[in-house]
Design a protein around this ligand. Structure first.
Ligand SMILES: Nc1ncnc2c1ncn2[C@@H]1O[C@H](COP(=O)(O)OP(=O)(O)O)[C@@H](O)[C@H]1O
Ligand SMILES: [Mg+2]
Length: 262
């Protein structure tokens, strides 16, 4: 199983739309996919119509000593073949407070240990994250092989990227030698917008590892969140859906070049 964490310290950059889209596309290609919702807002779970107000999910995984007893109970099937979800809701807030107060065992390996229990059931795990560096995101970085960083071009595009890249490097050095790659890529792109074109040049000049596929702005995307269906399913002909297909193809090609395997 290959694990991808989708992270950016900023909100609204399309982390959740990206997580649900690439999870759906990989599942539709026949890979067995687990989407792990690691944000207390539960937007990724809601996007697959599997959010509940008070059901357990990732919150239990963060606090239990025995994830092997829980993972199979907590993972939900979705309406889409090959795609399961481990949901989240506001319970994650108190769970994380409990983790922070727990001095008896390591705090960073909770997700990694839990994924170990299901690694033969899935080819990919996609982790959607909150716009933060907290114990949840550190757990995601400790559990993943690749980090995808969606970037929206606006008047403070690069904000938080140096801090995030430092965190990725430190996690690789201290906690997770399997963390192999990180890439930024552009979301919500509108090439007719002159400010966006200039912003793109600035972010390219910063020389972060970058996937060349840009996800174009599509009005259909906001509709798909209300329909609770990932955009590549809701509107396969929308620009954003086509671009997410390309993004997945580019990512898979990078893996075969670098020798990584699903
Ligand atoms: N390619 C796109 N085109 C148009 N709107 C988009 C696109 N990607 C995301 N959005 C919109 O941007 C907002 C934030 O997306 P979301 O995935 O929830 O961001 P995050 O998880 O980073 O907070 C949502 O309203 C979503 O509909
Ligand atoms: Mg989100």
């Amino acid at each position: 199983m290959r694990t991808i964490a989708v992270i950016n310290l900023k909100g609204g950059v399309a982390k959740t739309i990206t997580s649900n889209s690439i999870a759906y596309i990989l599942a539709n290609q026949g890979y067995r996919v687990l989407l792990l919702d690691n944000d207390k807002q539960g937007d990724a779970s809601r996007g697959l119509n599997r959010r509940t107000q008070d059901g357990e999910g990732i919150d239990r995984i963060m606090t239990t000593r025995h994830p092997e007893d829980w993972m199979h109970k907590l993972i939900k099937k979705t309406d889409f073949e090959n795609l399961d979800v481990l949901p989240a809701n506001m319970r994650l807030l108190t769970a994380n407070q409990t983790v922070m107060l727990d001095q008896t065992r390591p705090q960073q390996y909770r997700i990694k240990n839990a994924l170990e229990c299901v690694k033969d059931m899935y080819d990919f795990c996609i982790i959607d994250n909150a716009p933060d560096i907290n114990i949840s995101t550190i757990n995601a970085l400790t559990a993943c092989n690749d980090v995808l960083i969606p970037v929206e071009i606006d008047d403070n595009t690069g904000e938080g990227l140096p801090e995030l890249v430092n965190q990725i490097r430190h996690t690789r050095e201290d906690l997770n030698e399997d963390l192999e790659n990180y890439w930024i890529f552009i979301t919500k792109y509108d090439r007719r917008n002159e400010a966006q074109r200039q912003g793109l040049e600035l972010i390219q000049a910063a020389e972060y590892p970058m996937l060349k596929t840009r996800i174009r702005y599509s009005r259909k995307v906001s509709e798909c969140t209300y329909a609770r269906v990932p955009i590549p399913k809701y509107s396969p002909r929308s620009l954003a859906a086509k671009d997410y297909e390309d993004l997945v193809a580019e990512y898979i090609a990078k893996l075969s070049i670098s020798g990584g395997e699903a």
